[in-house]
Every structure is written in C-alpha cells, then in structure tokens.
Ligand binder design. Structure first.
Ligand code: DOR
Ligand code: ZN
Length: 338
C-alpha cells in the first residue's frame, strides 16, 4: 500500500480553547502534529506570564503526548513594557495582534491600527526580536476586509524593517503578492482556504461549518494561495486555524466563525498535494518553512500516512463538549497509520 511520511508536521496557527474543549481537541492535534503555535484568544485573553505558563501546562496535560511541542503566543496589548516583554520573551514564539472585535474573542484587541499609536510596543518587539502575528482585516465589506488591510501590512513592514511580521491565515491573491515585496513579511495559510471559496460556504445551501474569519474568497484567490502552497513558497507556512466551536454554536443563527480541521488536516493536505503531483513539497510547506521562519528546532516525530480510506467522524465528543469537523461523514483517500 502506498505510504507517505511527513517529518515533524507543524501547525503554525491553532486554537485549542480551554477546559473540556481543550481536553477534546488537544489530543487530536498531538496525534498528528509535532508541534503547534497556540493562539491566545481565550476568555480572558493571555496577557500575563502566569496565564501563559499555566495554559501551556494545561495543554501539556490535555494532549496526552510528551512529543507535542507548544509554541505559545501572547495577546497583543499596546501597553506592554520593555521589562515585561524581555522577561517573557523566551516563553513565547510571537505576539498576536487583533484589531478589536474583528473575530472570535478579540474584543480586547487594539482600538486603532495607527502606526504611531502602536510604535512604542512594536519597536520593543523589534528590538527584542519577537515576531508579530497579525489578524489582518479591516471592518469594511466582508469580502474586501483583507485586501483593505494590505496598506497596513505595508506600513508595518516599512516602519519596522527588522520586525518579523506574519500575515495570519491569508485568503487573497493580494496577500500572496505582498510576500515577495517585503523581506520581513511572512504568512500562514489554512487548509480550508486552499480548498473552498465563498461558493462552497453560501453558493448553494448555507454551510455553517465552513464559516470562518477571514471568510473564504474568490476562485482567483484560492488559485493564488494554492499555487504558493503547492510550490512551498519559502515565506508561507501551514497554519490550520483549526477553531473548534460546539455544534450548537455553529448550527444556529449567529453562527460562530471557525472551521475545525486539525484531525483531518494532514490527510487532506496529502491528498491535495498528491492530486497536484507536488507531494515532494509537502514536508517543506508543513514543517521546514516554519522552522526556518521562526528559527525553531523540533524533535523528530514521523507521521506515516497510508493510502487507505478514512471515514471522517460526523462529530468528536468529550463529556458535554462536541465539535463537527470539516468533511464530517465523508471519506478521505489517506489515513494516519496508527
Ligand atoms: O474563524 C475564525 N475563528 N477566525 C479567527 O480569526 C478566530 C477563530 C476562533 O477563535 O474561533
Ligand atoms: Zn485563528
């Protein structure tokens, strides 16, 4: 049977939540990934060293796997001091900036993306070599939010040439093009944005489990993202943005944003890269690029995939928590070898 090995797969944008949801989803990521960059948008968000280290410990306990590395992020606040950031620097891989109210649990984000307002903090981050991860959307028309944010990325890149800036979960051709324009701009891309457009979400009947922020865009955007991923563009890395919400919050009016993909991500990526005859680039896209960009070393964890049908569960459950994965009930062509 056909096999494929991925060495140290990394998920560089992951929501693990807390409590029983954490206990439900952390083992699923730990099973197929060697490590992940953990998002800080808990309620309340992670803004202190104490909260960060105790969350890291809860993830470790929940994940049932000593071989799953967690790269922690802090939630950006404009008033962090030099001393605070110097002290926490070695415990984080970056700081995640959200414009206030732009997505799930981002109410405490920044009220303004004005560079002068952000300058003191970004200068400290640049001096201390702490990467900046950004949710890059304006509050304009939903299909244009990322595109409208491009001038802000450019202003950030120009104003802080030594600051590593990661455009998180990019969804547009414009963002792909920007990667080659500034040395200090990098990006992550999700699985779902390589696969779906707005049509898949809302063209036929509404599919709440495909609703996320930023919203899936046009065919031209998907094409540009896919092209960059398939060739393992060196400034692009895999970040699932797997964002679990309980079934009742997705299948409701006022549907929560987020697609849950962590347990199917590697199988689907393998299927996708195989389909496009680019399997040779998958390891670079899903591991090596992130290691270079973030300058991280990671323990050897080989994940073996076999070309054997995998029926995706219709739901994952633990105690009172549950979550519906992307491709629920469908059959994938590749499975993880146990
Ligand atoms: O769809 C999303 N869900 N996008 C985000 O930026 C946040 C995430 C979440 O935390 O649910
Ligand atoms: Zn996210």
């Amino acid at each position: 049977m056909k096999e494929f090995i991925i060495n140290n797969p990394l998920d560089m944008h992951l929501h693990l939540r807390d409590n029983d949801m954490l206990k439900l989803v952390a083992p699923l990521s730990a099973k197929t990934f060697a490590g992940a960059l953990i998002m800080p948008n808990l309620v309340p968000p992670i803004t202190s060293k104490e909260a960060l280290l105790s969350y890291k410990q809860r993830i470790k306990e929940a994940s049932n796997d000593n071989n799953f590395e967690t790269f922690m992020t802090l939630f950006f606040k404009s008033d962090y001091t030099f001393d605070f950031l110097k002290d926490i620097k070695d415990d984080i891989i970056g700081i995640k900036l959200y414009p206030a109210g732009i997505t799930t649990n981002s109410e405490d984000g920044v009220s303004s993306m004005d560079i002068e307002f952000l300058r003191p903090n970004l200068q400290i981050m640049s001096d201390l070599n702490i990467p900046l991860c950004v949710h890059g959307e304006t509050n304009g028309f939903v299909m244009d939010r990322e595109k409208e944010f491009m001038p802000t990325y450019e202003a950030l890149a120009k104003s802080f040439p030594k600051l590593k800036i990661i455009m998180e979960h990019i969804t547009t051709k414009e963002a792909v093009l920007l990667l080659d324009k500034y040395d200090n701009l990098y990006a992550s891309v999700t699985l779902h944005h390589l696969l779906i457009t707005l049509d898949d979400l809302a063209g036929d009947s509404l599919k709440p489990h495909l609703f996320c922020k930023p919203i899936a865009k046009r065919p031209r955007d998907k094409k540009a993202l896919l092209k960059a991923a398939l060739k393992a563009h060196p400034k692009l890395m895999f970040g699932s943005d797997s964002a679990p919400h309980p079934k009742h919050k997705k299948e409701s009016c006022g549907c929560a944003a987020g697609v849950f993909t962590s347990p199917i991500a590697l199988q689907v990526l393998t299927q996708l890269f195989e389909k496009h005859k680019c399997l040779d680039n998958l390891n670079t896209f899903v591991s090596l690029n992130a290691q270079k960009i973030y300058n991280i070393k990671i323990n050897n964890k080989y994940i073996k995939l076999i070309k054997k049908d995998f029926k995706v569960p219709n739901i994952y459950e633990y105690k009172n928590e549950n979550v519906v994965p992307m491709y629920a009930n469908e059959t994938l062509l590749w499975s993880i070898k146990e």
